[in-house]
Design a protein around this ligand. Sequence first.
Ligand SMILES: C[S@@+](CC[C@H](N)C(=O)[O-])C[C@H]1O[C@@H](n2cnc3c(N)ncnc32)[C@H](O)[C@@H]1O
Ligand SMILES: [Zn+2]
Length: 324
Amino acid sequence: MKKKLLDFIVCPNCFNNSFKLEASEINKLEIREGLIQCKKCSNKYDIEEGILDLLLNSTKVIENEQKGWNNLKNAITNSDELMLSLPDARGPYRKYWIGQAENFHYIFSRLDLTGEETVLDLGSGRCWSTRYFSKKGCYRIGLDILIPKYIGLRTSDIYIYKENTYFERVCSTMGKLPFKDALFDIVFIAATLHHSSRILKPLKEIYKVLKPDGRLVLINEPVRGLLRRGKACNPEIEAGINENIYLLPKYLMELKKAGFKSDLQFWLGGNNSLARFINKIFCRLIPQKYINKLLWKPLKYIQLFLFGGVLNLKAVKVDSKRVT
Ligand SMILES: C[S@@+](CC[C@H](N)C(=O)[O-])C[C@H]1O[C@@H](n2cnc3c(N)ncnc32)[C@H](O)[C@@H]1O
Ligand SMILES: [Zn+2]
């Protein structure tokens, strides 16, 4: 953590924004070990291996999520090389990552970043995506409830020291974001919002921390199609992780309630090979400007609503009066 992070955060206990910093180990880049103490309520928050731990009053759901990811940790052979390759994993992990990588590169390349943006990577996990924003020059913070190396925030040292980059890491929850209001230009979320059982709550939190006209970018969120029958089943659900596969209208309605104007994007990567094929033709071969309104918009909605797939979406913060 660098000292500048103190300009961004609030105490998760009393929401005061003034802290006393005690650094016990500092290296060339950052404060590696130490603590911060809230000047109002005196609560102390640890800094360990550069990560600021602001997770206060953990819930049963968060504990189950942490346990579940820990249980799944050794289902793959973790290595620094694999982490450095993300999201473009090769070899045996390519199959799992290819869809996520395609969506990420497609949307990321369309964010038109100038490098001036302040970005929160919410549910950053290992922080592979946080370092992409870092390389564009943005001020960026990765936030997650998971700390262990290879599944959580401690993985970040691999990117920071082997790729010569830097970003902040904060342990906290999307249910209560420990930041001042109107700070971020972009909140980026990859495959994390659906880990909330009440998505309106994190969406309202995101709304608060975004600047006026700030953008929320959602990628790789699974969507259940209306025509899909049966209960979802995957290793994450079996491990006790809080996986919720919502219908498209659920996402869109909650975004609207929270005060966002949404713009649904095509998805390129996912399990439905026919939909992938169609979307790739639309995105890569047919010039968007000619048929966008007539064909693309309804196609995107109908496809996801009926058959499900992957939610890629850009939303803009619009109306402050809607937030209660
Ligand atoms: C499928 S992973 C995605 C991680 C990363 N964004 C990626 O694309 O690889 C879901 C992430 O959501 C995080 N998560 C779950 N509940 C959370 C919460 N309440 N607040 C913040 N992050 C949470 C998990 O710890 C996990 O890292
Ligand atoms: Zn406090």
